[in-house]
Design a protein. Structure first.
Length: 94
C-alpha cells in the first residue's frame, strides 16, 4: 500500500479521536485533551476504578457536574495513583 493511503488513514483516525475535543494544560503543567465544553478552572479528577480522568465542574450550589472524559498525559490507565500527588488538578488554559 502507498504512503498516501496510510497517511490518509492516520489523518482520518486522528480526526475521529479529536472530534469534540480541544487541548488544555493543567495548573501542574500536564497537557490534556479535554471536551470542547471544558473551561479554565474546571477540575480533572480520577475516580477510583476508572482508567481515564474526567473533567468536572463545581456548580454554584456546590454540586459537581461531569463534563466528560479526558486524556491527561501521564495520568492514564490507572497510573494516577502511582504518579500524581493528588487525584485532582485544575485546568489552567484551554
Amino acid at each position: 500500500m502507498s504512503a498516501n493511503y496510510h497517511s490518509f488513514g492516520l489523518r482520518k483516525a486522528t480526526a475521529r479521536i479529536c472530534r469534540d475535543r480541544k487541548l488544555g494544560m493543567t495548573r501542574k503543567g500536564r497537557i490534556a485533551q479535554i471536551p470542547l465544553e471544558a473551561q479554565a478552572d474546571d477540575s480533572i479528577a480520577v475516580f477510583y476504578g476508572e482508567d481515564v480522568p474526567f473533567v468536572i465542574r463545581k456548580a454554584q450550589n456546590g454540586v459537581w457536574r461531569l463534563i466528560g472524559d479526558a486524556y491527561v498525559h501521564g495520568v492514564m490507565y490507572g497510573r494516577a495513583e502511582e504518579e500524581w500527588d493528588s487525584v485532582m488538578d485544575d485546568i489552567a488554559r484551554v
